[in-house]
Each structure stands twice: as C-alpha cells, then as structure tokens.
Design a protein around this ligand. Structure first.
Ligand code: TXA
Ligand code: MG
Length: 347
C-alpha cells in the first residue's frame, strides 16, 4: 500500500471546504486508516463504529489487543452516540478543557465496538484542539478512534515525518499539518470513580484540573511501581529509543562522571539535556530538548529528541531529570517509561 501524504496548512481560513480534508475524510468513511495532527501528537484514525476499521489500527501499529483506544469527536452531539450516564463533573471538565488535551473515561454505549474499548464497559473520549483534526472529524461525520500514530513501543510522533518513519506503506494516508503543539499526549481522567482519577498525566496538569473541580485522585500505578494500572496502555514500555536510556537525578557534575566512566570503557555515550545545559557536557552526542525554565518547550521537543538519538551511533543515553510539577509530571512519566525505569541517583 502506498501511503498518500496530504499537505494542509492549518491556518487557512476555511478548512471545511479544503479538498485534501474532504478526500482524507472519504478514506476514513471507507474504513481506511488516516494519520492526522492533533494539538498533542499525531493520531492514527479509523471509524470508531467499525470493528473492521479499528482492527486495522492494531495491525498497523503492532499494538497489543488489550490496550483500548481514545475516540475523538468534533462536536458535543457526537458524544451522545458513544457514552451514557455522564456525571456532572464530566460536563464541568468538558466545558473548561474541550477542545483540548484532556481525555475523559466514561460509561460506553453498546454501539461502540468492543475492539475500541478492549472489552471494557467504559470508553475514553476527547475533543482535540487542532483545526485540522476538528475539520477532518467533521467532514467524515464519524467518531474517530485514534491512538498515537507510532509503531507500538516507539516515541509518539510530533511530525508527519515521524509518522512515515514508523508507518509508511502500512496506512492509507497522513495529513501533514506541521509540528504538533503540546508534544506529549492528553491527560486521561477516569470520571466513573466517585472522585475522578488521573490514569495518565499529560497536556492538562493536575493543578489545572483541581482548580476547576477540586481534589482528584491519581492512579496508584503512577506512584507505586508494583500496582497494576487502570489504564491498560500504562503498563507497557513505551517511547523507547533504540539505545538504553538512564534518567539521572543529581547535578551535571554527577551526570558527566557517569558519561566519563562509560566512555573510558569504550562506549559511545549520548546526553539528553536542555538549552541551558547544551554546553555543559562532553559526550559523543549531546541533544538539547527545549528550555528547562519553560517545561512546556521540553514537552514539545521530547519525542523528537528521543527519535533523533536513533539516527546516531550511541550505545547508551543519560538524561537529565525534570521537576515533578505542572507538565513536568507528564515529561518524567514518559522519560521513565522510555528508560524502562532505569535511574541513577546522586548520593
Ligand atoms: O493525546 C492523545 O491522547 C493522543 C492523540 C492522538 O489524541 N492519543 C493517544 O492514544 O495517546 P494512545 O492510544 O496512544 O493512548 C491511549 C491511552 C492508553 O494508555 C489507553 O490504555 C488509555 O488511553 N485508555 C483508552 N481507553 C481507556 C479506558 N476505557 N479506560 C482506561 N484507559 C483507557
Ligand atoms: Mg501511544
């Protein structure tokens, strides 16, 4: 299969009458897979009401079948086709954060394919804040199931090139709308528990949510290593570059020592840092990802940085760590998963 690339400028006035969007939407209607930009990462879309179409997502990604998908909608009317028994707190969250990087887990309607929800009686749903995503969903007239558009286990794609690197020839089309904004995936919050529970940290922070609805819980699996996550996807190693990655807690002097020891043993060593630390380290490859004083810029560049290491010949990567506050919680969650929880602490 040849993957068709549709170039679309997200800033054009009337995306709804854009012929590339109309054509990409017709691919979705006939059951094909179309990758498209959202404000977080690129998604790999399929008709959420068609089991056969959704099945293709799992095949193209090599995704474990027990990992459910997020359904993307463009209007609140679409919500009522897929969920029921919406609790008041969910309406409050939608009002404040949609369209945007917040995914709500709600009781599902019968019509949603069990292939989408991996047999759960809940479904994850979000309204993305990206003009191309919204126009494409509207043009298709369908709720669109879409995981991140990477091969399973790889860092999520923040450009159409990342999508093609992983899925060229495996999907019908990608809509290239340039680099995505937030850079890490949406926050997933379970609204079926008495107190809503964050299952995956992401683009909307816990602080943002608590300002609107008061105290929320965090899934135990996000804090305790042994607990089984309620969000099936959270149990898999993810986002991993090809070389082993180690997250370093401590000073730049300590990190440099680790680099020196490995290089003395003949290994090629990479360092993941920020603009502030770019000239601090001596290593075989130093990649800077955003600015530490503004963690949003780190989130935006993180996956591209992890993928860039794959184009180098490093044997091991040491990464700086980031404060567990605001979007830093999502950054550390993804970094530690990419590292398979390999960490070094300065004494
Ligand atoms: O930002 C995003 O959320 C991106 C863009 C494309 O929208 N999508 C994304 O999808 O990250 P994916 O499939 O890579 O991650 C979906 C996460 C997984 O951790 C999955 O286990 C969880 O959402 N999830 C989906 N349905 C669920 C459900 N019913 N209950 C609990 N967790 C669910
Ligand atoms: Mg993913």
């Amino acid at each position: 299969m040849k993957t068709h690339v549709f170039f679309v400028d997200k800033n054009v006035d009337d995306l709804n009458s854009c012929p590339q969007i109309t054509q990409a939407a017709s691919y979705l209607q006939r059951g094909d897979l179309v990758a498209f930009p959202t404000e977080t990462v690129y998604g790999l879309g399929a008709n959420a009401m068609s089991t056969a179409a959704v099945e293709n997502i799992f095949i193209a990604k090599g995704r474990p079948s027990d990992n459910p998908l997020i359904v993307h909608i463009a209007t609140t009317e679409q919500l009522y086709d897929i969920v029921c028994d919406i609790p008041p707190v969910a309406y409050t969250l939608m009002e404040h954060f949609w369209p945007g990087p917040l995914t709500l887990v709600l009781p599902k309607k019968e019509a949603v394919s069990p292939r989408v929800t991996a047999g759960l009686n809940t479904v994850a749903v979000r309204m993305p804040n990206h003009p191309i995503a919204l126009a494409l969903i509207k043009a298709s007239g369908l709720p669109i199931a879409a995981p991140s558009a990477n091969r399973s286990g790889r860092p999520s794609p923040t450009t159409a090139k990342h999508v093609l690197d992983d899925l060229d020839g495996r999907i019908a089309a990608v809509v290239d709308g340039g680099q995505t904004g937030v850079g890490v995936e949406s926050t997933v919050i379970d609204c079926t528990t008495a107190i809503p529970t964050i299952l995956r940290p992401g683009g909307v922070t816990k602080e943002d949510i608590e300002r609107v609805i008061g105290v929320v819980n965090i899934d135990r699996a996000l804090v305790e290593k042994e607990a089984v996550p309620k969000s099936p996807g959270m149990k898999y190693t993810h986002y991993a570059p090809k070389a082993p990655l180690v997250v370093v807690h401590g000073s730049s002097v300590f990190l440099q020592q680790l680099v020196n020891e490995k290089r003395a043993d003949g290994f090629k060593v990479g360092v993941l840092t920020t603009e502030e630390g770019r000239h601090t380290y001596e290593a075989d490859v130093v990649i800077s990802c955003g600015q530490r004083h503004d963690l949003r810029t780190v989130a935006k560049k993180l996956y591209d940085a992890l993928r860039t290491f794959d184009t180098t010949n490093v044997d091991i990567i040491y990464s700086e760590s980031f404060p567990y506050e605001g979007i830093g919680v999502a950054i550390m969650n993804r970094l530690l998963k990419a590292a398979g929880h390999e960490q070094m602490m300065e004494k």
